[in-house]
Design a binder for this molecule. Structure first.
Ligand SMILES: [Zn+2]
Length: 323
C-alpha cells in the first residue's frame, strides 16, 4: 500500500503549498484559510479520490479568483531584483535578465529565463521591461537583446549606459525602435512617459555607496502606474540617504505607491527606514536583492528583517492591495 501512503502525503503537501501561498496573500479572507485547513484535515483522515478532487478544484477556483480577480494586481518574484507586476492584461518586468550572482545573490532559474524568451505563461504578453542600472547582477546586454528580438511586443526603458551596452553588441538592430534610453543625472527632475496602459515615471537616485563609491553608475528608480490604478516603485540599487528624495518631495507626494520594491538594505538602515516612512510611504514594501544566505525561517533572520516582507524564492507571488 506504499502508493496510497505516498498519495496521501502528496495531497497533504499540495494542500500545504496552497495554504502557504494563500497565507502570503494579505487580503485573504480568514474563512477561506479556515476552509483550507479543514480540507487538509479531511484529506489527512483519508478522503476518497472524488471528494479530494472536488475539494482541490474548489480551492483552486478560490485561489485563482483571489490572485487573478479583475481588480487585483500581483507581483511575481523572478530573482535578485527581478520582479514582474501584473494588473489585468497589463504586465511589466523589472531587471529580469542578468548572469552574475557575485557568489551572493539569487540567479534567475534557467526554466524562468526560457519562459521569458518564449513568452510562456505567466510571462506571456509582457508590455514593458525596465532596467534599473547596468550592473551584471541586474542586466545582461546579450540576454536583453535576445528577449527584445524574440518578444516584439515589449518596449524597454533603461539608463543610457545600459542602452549603450546593447548598442555595442548590435548597433543597428531594429529593436532600438522599442528602446528608450534615459539620460538622467543626479539632481535632474523626474521624467514622465505614457505608453499603452502605463504611466512611466523615472528619477535618478544614486547607487548605494554614494558619495564614496559608484558615482559613475546611472541608477534609475521607476514609479510605474498600470491601468491608471496600480502604482509600484522599483528602486534598483538606490542609496538610502534622504538628501536624494528631499529635492523632489512634491514628486514623491503626488502619487500613492501601492507596493514598493526597495533593496533589502533599506530595512536595516536608519536612513532607508526614514525614506520609506516619510518620503515613499508605500502601502506595502517587499525587499529585493536579498542575499541567498538570508535564513528561510523568519525567526532565524537578523532582527531588522523579522517583521519585514522579503522576496527570496523565485516564483513567489504577492497580491498588491490598493493603498
Ligand atoms: Zn548595482
Amino acid at each position: 500500500m506504499r502508493w496510497k501512503v505516498d498519495a496521501i502525503q502528496g495531497r497533504a503537501i499540495q494542500c500545504r503549498s496552497i495554504q502557504a501561498r494563500i497565507s502570503q496573500n494579505r487580503s485573504t479572507d480568514f474563512f477561506l484559510l479556515k476552509g483550507i485547513v479543514a480540507m487538509k484535515r479531511i484529506v489527512q483522515k483519508g478522503a476518497s479520490g472524488i471528494v479530494w478532487r472536488l475539494l482541490c478544484f474548489c480551492a483552486l477556483i478560490l485561489q485563482s479568483s483571489l490572485l487573478l480577480g479583475d481588480s487585483s494586481a500581483t507581483a511575481h518574484y523572478l530573482a535578485n531584483e527581478g520582479v514582474m507586476v501584473v494588473h489585468g492584461d497589463t504586465k511589466v518586468v523589472f531587471d529580469p535578465l542578468f548572469n552574475n550572482d557575485y557568489g551572493r545573490y539569487q540567479l534567475l532559474p534557467e526554466n524562468m529565463k526560457q519562459a521569458l524568451y518564449s513568452g510562456e505563461a505567466p510571462y506571456n504578453d509582457i508590455d514593458a521591461v525596465f532596467v534599473s542600472h547596468s550592473h551584471q547582477d541586474h542586466f545582461s546586454p546579450l540576454d536583453m537583446l535576445k528577449l527584445m528580438r524574440l518578444r516584439q511586443g515589449i518596449v524597454l526603458y533603461a539608463p543610457a549606459q545600459a542602452v549603450d551596452e546593447l548598442k555595442a553588441s548590435a548597433p543597428d538592430d531594429a529593436i532600438f525602435k522599442r528602446v528608450t534610453g534615459l539620460q538622467l543625472a543626479y539632481g535632474d527632475k523626474p521624467v514622465v512617459y505614457k505608453a499603452n496602459d502605463l504611466i512611466i515615471e523615472a528619477v535618478y537616485i544614486p547607487h548605494s555607496g554614494w558619495p564614496e563609491r559608484m558615482l559613475d553608475v546611472q541608477n534609475i528608480a521607476f514609479r510605474i502606474t498600470l491601468q491608471n490604478s496600480t502604482t509600484v516603485l522599483h528602486l534598483g540599487d538606490a542609496d538610502t540617504k534622504d538628501a536624494h528624495y528631499e529635492g523632489d518631495a512634491e514628486y514623491w507626494n503626488e502619487r500613492e505607491i501601492d507596493m514598493a520594491f526597495p533593496p533589502y538594505w533599506y530595512f536595516s538602515s536608519k536612513n532607508g527606514q526614514h525614506v520609506l516612512e516619510n518620503r515613499l510611504r508605500p502601502g506595502h514594501a517587499v525587499g529585493i536583492h536579498v542575499p541567498t544566505a538570508m535564513p528561510a525561517k523568519v525567526q532565524d533572520r537578523p532582527e531588522d528583517f523579522r517583521d519585514r516582507d522579503l522576496f527570496t524564492t523565485p516564483g513567489e507571488i504577492r497580491v498588491i492591495d490598493k493603498h
